[in-house]
Every structure is written in structure tokens, then in C-alpha cells.
Design a protein around this ligand. Sequence first.
Ligand SMILES: [Zn+2]
Length: 916
Amino acid sequence: MANQPKISSAYSVTFAPSNPKSPEVRPETKFTPPLSSPVGPTYPSPPVIVPNQIPLPSVRVPSLNTAIQTNFIPSPYGRTPTPSSVTPPNHIALQLARSPSPTSVSPANGIRDGSLYPYLSTPPGPPRFSSPLQPASLPFRTSTATPQQLPLTSGSSLPTSASPSPRYSNSSVDLQDQVSEASEDLLPFIEVTNVLFSASKVLKHKKLVNRTSLGFGALVSSGRDIPLGPQIIQQDPHRCQNCGAYANFYCTILIGSGQWQCVICRNLNGSEGEYIASSKEELRTLPELLSPFVDYVQTGNKRPEFVPVSDSRTSAPVVLVIDECLDEPHLQHLQGSLHAFVDYLPPATRIGIVLFGRTVSVYDFSEELTASADVLPGRISPSRESLKALIYGTGLYLSPVHASRHVAHLIISSLRPYELNFPEASRDRCLGTAVEVALAVIQGPSAELPRGAIKRSLGNSRIIVCAGGPNTHGPGSVPHSFSHPNYAYMENSALKWMENLGCEAHRQNTVVDILCAGTCPVRVPVLQPLAKASGGVLIVHDDFGEAFGVNLQRASTRSAGSHGLLEVRCSDDILITQVIGPGEEANVDNHESFKNDSSLSIQMLSVEEMQCFALSMETRSDIKSDHVYFQFAIQYTNVYLADISRVITVRLPTVDSVSAYLESIQDEVASVIIAKRTLLRAKNSSTANDMRATIDERVRDIALKFGTQTPSSKLYRFPKELNLLPELLFHLKRGPLLGNIIGHEDERSVLRNLFLNASFDLSIRMVAPRCLMHREGGTFEELPAHDLVMQSDSAVVLDHGTDVFIWLGAELASQAGKCAAALAACRTLTEELTEMRFPAPRILAFKEGSSQARYFVSRLIPAHKDPPYEQEARFPQLRTLSAEQRTKLKSSFIHFDEPSFCEWMRGLKISPPEPS
Ligand SMILES: [Zn+2]
């Protein structure tokens, strides 16, 4: 790693695979930090941290906190949990001591029944919708999250412990017989939603697995800030002295000597006697050997700066930086959203309010009767002297909400609309200077500390910019007219200046989110680097109303850790070729601690649940072994200032059979990884066009390499194992990310940046919409997103990630009572589907035939053009319609040129996969 060139934060660089014989010289990984961070939603319940009260240093105290948030939303829509989402008992407190007494671990079932489950947080069951008609033949899965099951559920592929009895526990016994086999059969359904692989098996043949049209990879997210598995408190992990990997569930352990073999490099390591045991069962009481994922938690008492849980979370300040150049209607909307925001904030949150226009106004909360502000010039960056005067003056610029709520409301009410006669785009806005001032306010007097003596801040502070137009005044600004002779040059300097400001904010643990609204273009490319480099997001809205207000709230409360670092280690056979996500390659030199640490280290810009890294991987050579291993270590400081190392180890079986490999492919995960790789290169409208063409090539190549030639014709049939994939990619090609649905390039660029960082759940919805039809009795049926869904007597919800549409058929709309009930049910469903989502989507409801309905139609596959047998095969719900209903449906479509999915496939000389 030492020779590795530093990766710039620009978009990706490629490399040739290195010689497999020299593992130290790792090929540089394509690394790509796009704009950041969708979000973790609500406050998680504070982890119950068990302080280190036990006198013996060798005693481990696993957390007793097993309050797993299952997050199951009771729904009137007849959801039934899937078998895999059956939730273990929620509040079982179970203690696993380091040296269990004979009674605490009964060899018979102490582990099997009790100790395991409470630690495995089953992720929330995917919402299920009753599909009364043809559930089995739905081409779409009925889950958004489709969490992948670890292969460890497949007991058959593993040498089950026909194992030596405990008395073989001397270290001379062959390693193979000493496998600690933290037995997969004990873990019936573990789902690690933090790591999703595109396939649950790895193909041994290098050439095929490296076929980039299909690709192999994983999506890794830091996950929610609640324990995923068992916690290990105040204990340093056992790490491989050679490569730095963590001891884990899959390690082979010599129980006589306590040595463990690294799954990554096979080095044999000592455990300082900790793994010496008389039986394998005894070792299973150790959390890291019990579960493939484990959190190491280091809390406060070793750290002077530790702040009690109750204070630390809420005292990180939020500073609103508000555009003062708004016209009356926009301002009214914004004021409504801001008042609601102030009421929404927890009492202990410290809030600041800064306004920007031609100047910067910093509001003073010590004035209780009138809104009062200190004003700084906007044309230049604030001088040290002026900042000093501000910070050491008598004003109170950050104040806890409980003390200043009424002052905040007073300030918001005092805002006045723009009074001059300039058009929106050319009004002076010194957004850059205002963010500089806001940063100084957050830093306060500690800004005077010498460099290096960085004050450990209370988690991440936030600056939320509310903008209605471009930055046209002062540093980082662009001329308001594109025809300015120096525009290109000035834009370029503005980009750099904004990026530097974002980096400075990140250095000060402050995330800058930019929420834009209105019809005036904000020059997204100039503002994007500020949000991105700080770990924040840029979102655009139609207006400052509802969705804006919701996003303001969600932006302020999304859970965010700081100082995040993701380390990935894999078996020698595996090569990580590209990373896409909200971070940058970290320059971590671990060589002092570990001789041959070849991990990939990524510095995370922010640590949030709703973001993830997409890793593309290849194999270096044909794989000989039966398994390959992957270990992901996510280190971060959580909102309670505990240092977490979340270690997730995954073992995937390798296979010779192409068909077995294809069957193990998770179409949705694979399509998200493909989509991210594609979007990365779709930087503007012309490259987006090129990328649309690459989707065609990709689909054709997959059919050629993995499909079969149909006997009767020259067509290749797309592999039946991947029957969802081409339709997902067809949606990608047509949809807002790449297609022509979105008119303005700025908006597409915002979506693209969101998408490149988005978690799997949000990503898959942005790629392909999810379509739910309202049925009698308040249930919903999931249907393919084909235009055949537009049945006039029904209501349909279409969830496309950043937009949700509620479509009401004309016939339904004519029956007032029925229509109102259906609309209410659709709204409730929409709220449930999106209540955790950040950014909150735009929600539109309209009737069939209205002008807004075109947004909806354009996102559906025009399947009405296909012959009836094909329609029925892919949209079986049609069979339930009466002849009359079908005729009516058929006559309701207007002709247009866009091909249906089947026509597109045939156009590529491929026959579509058989629907399953
Ligand atoms: Zn190792």
C-alpha cells in the first residue's frame, strides 16, 4: 500500500490487476467519492453501555442491550411476515460471561436456544402486501429490502461438525479437525443487511466471473447505530498479526493452545490464552466466535472528553443558513417550514440562524423582544478580526432550543421578501461567505486553539443551507449570466473554493446540507462540491413547502457518526477493482502494527444508515479453495461518542457450475451495482446518452456469455436464472437517472449524486419503481410496473425512490366516497413506505388523464403493445379481469413509439427470460 498513489477525490481511476504473486503491491482501486449521504432516520435508542466494572481484565462483558428495533410497522394492509423475518424475542437480556459457570451454558441447548437469538437483530421484515390474485407468478419480488441471507444458512455446503470431541483438545491435533465451527446450523436465518453480495456463491472460473457485463460485487453500509450482533465492551479485538484481520466466527481455533488461524492470510495467531478451552462449545460463549458480525465498543471512562449520553447527542448544534432573496410566496412557504422545524427540534439542540443576501446576518438570541442580527460584508471572506469581534462579543449566536424557541420563531417571522427589482437568478447571494461565518460560529472561541489541538466536538454539527438561487456574490460565486466572458474560469475557481470549504467543514466535523427549492436554477455543479466534501447532501425541491419541510427535519436528525473508516480484507483470490460511495481512500499506514496489511481503507465522509459503498470485485485467478472470505470493519465514533468497530465476516462458497452461480445471483443487488457503475460515468446529458447504449451492450453480452441459443432461431435466450435483471436494467435505461424523464440537467445531476451514495433500499427504488395496486378491503397488490396497471376502476401507488405517485383511475374517481377511501389508503401506504427515507420523496396524487399523470405513465413499461400471451405471462393479474374490463383497458392506451420490454429485448436479438 505504501507505494500506492494517492487517489484524488475526482472520479475514478483504473488499474491493471497486479501480479498475484506479489500481494503487497496491490493494484490501486478505483475509488469514487460521489456526493454524499442519504440518511439514517430517527434517533436510535441509546445503547445501554455496560461500564467496565468487572475487576478482572480478562472478563468480558457483552452488552445486555438486546432491545432490538424490529421496526415492524403495524399495517392495515394485511402484511404477513415472511418466514425469514420472524423476529426473535425482543427483550431478552442474556449474560455471557467470559468464564461461564457450568450452569450458564448448558451444552445441550444453552447456546442453541437462548444465547444466540437475542443478539441477532433481525432486520425489519420487508413489507409484504397481500397479493390475493397470483402471488406466485409475480415477476417482482414483494420486498423492497430483499435482505440477502448469508450462505451460512446452507448447512449442506459445510463440513458439519462430525467433529472431534472436546478431549482432542491438544494443539497437536490437525488444524482441520479443530475447526471451531461456530456451526452454521445454529444460525438458521441471519441476514446481514449491511453487506449484500451480488451473488451468494463465487464462480471458480476467473474468465466468467470477471465478465464485466454482469460483474461481481457487494454493497456495504455502515448500518444503523444500534447493535447488529453481540457487543464486546472495552475489549480490544484479537487481530491477525500478519494482515490485521479480526478473529471471527469462521476461524479455525486450536482450543488446546488458544491459537487461531486467520481466515484471510491463514497466519496462526495467539490469543493470549483467551481461546484456550476444554470444548468448542465453551468458545461459543465468546461473542466474536458466536456470530459473523460483532461490535467492539470503547466508551468513555478511558477518555476524558467523554460526555454523558443524554447530553452529547442533542448538543451538537444546527445552524440554518437562509437565503434572504426570496419572493413573497416562496418566503411564506419557507417560513412555514422553518417554524415547524423549530418546533420539531429537541429542546437541548443548539440552534443558530444566519441569513445571506448581499451581506451575512448572524442572529443574536440574547435579544428577546426583537429580531436582531450582526451584519458582516458578503463580498469577501470574513476577516479574523471581524470573526473575533463576533465570537467574543456579547451576542448569543447558538442557543439551546428550550431557551430560545420563541426568539427563533420571532426571527423567522421577521424575515421579509426581496424588495429590489432584479430577477431571481441575478440577485446577490453570498452563500459561501455565510457558510464560512456559520462554521466560525459553531467553532466558537475554540477556533483560536493552535492547530493540531483539535477540540473533540460533540459529534457532527450541521449547517443546513436553504437556498432559492445560485451563489452570485463573494467567494465561491459565479456570474449570474452564463454569457460572462470569464464564466468558465470563474466557475472552475468557484468549484475549487467550494470544495475547500467543504473539506474545512469536514475537518471541523460539520456536515453541510444544501436544500434548494423554487424554479430558479441554483447552479448545482458549483454547490455540489461543498455538500459532498463535507459529507452532506444537496437536494432540490419544487418549492419550500411540505417535502422541503420534511427534509429539513430529517436532515437535522438523521443519525450520523463521525470519523468513519471502512476496511475491507478479502481472500487472496479476490481483487477489489472499484469502490463507489461517500468517502475517499484513506492513507492509513498499518505496517507498523501489521506486516502485510493489504486491506482497502476508505475514509467515510459521514456515517449514516442510508448510504453505502458499492464494491466491484474480480478474481485474480481460478479459485481452488471451497470458500472465499470477506471481512468488513467499519470503525466510527457514534453519536454518543463511543468508538465502534463493527466487524462483519462473510464466507461465500465457490462453485464450478455456472448455473449454480447464476442461481445464486441477487438480481436486485447486481442491478444496483451495475447501475452505480453506469451512473458514475453518466456525468452529463451526452454521457448519459452513451451510458444508455452501454446497457444494451451489457444485456446482450450477458445473454451471449451466460444464456443459451434457442434451437429454432438465432436468438439467444437471456439466462432464466436472472429473469429480473434485464427488466430492472430496462427501467434504469428509461427512468430519471439515465432517461429523458427529467427535463433539467441540474435535477438529474442531483439525483445522480444521491444515487451514487444511496443505500441499497433507496438505490433499488431509484432504479426501478415499485407498483402497488389498491384492492377492495384496504389491501395492496404488488404488480409489475407496466402500464397495464392503469385500470380505470383502481388506484395505484408507484414508488420511484425520490418520487411517489398516486394514480386514481377515472372510473374510481367518479365515485366520490370510494375514491376518497382509496386515496386515504394510498396516502397511508406512501407514508409508511417512505417514513424513514432521506431525502423524503416528492409525493403527487392525480387522476387518470390529468396533465400530471404523464409523470406516472412515463415511468411504466409500455406493455400494452405486447401480444396478449406475453402480457399475461409477465402481468398475470390481467387474467383476473373480465372480457369487458380488458377491452376497456386496451382502448385506454394512446399509441407512442417507445418499445415495450419484450420489444427492446428482441431488438437486441435476445429472447426475454421466461418469467418465473
Ligand atoms: Zn491474517
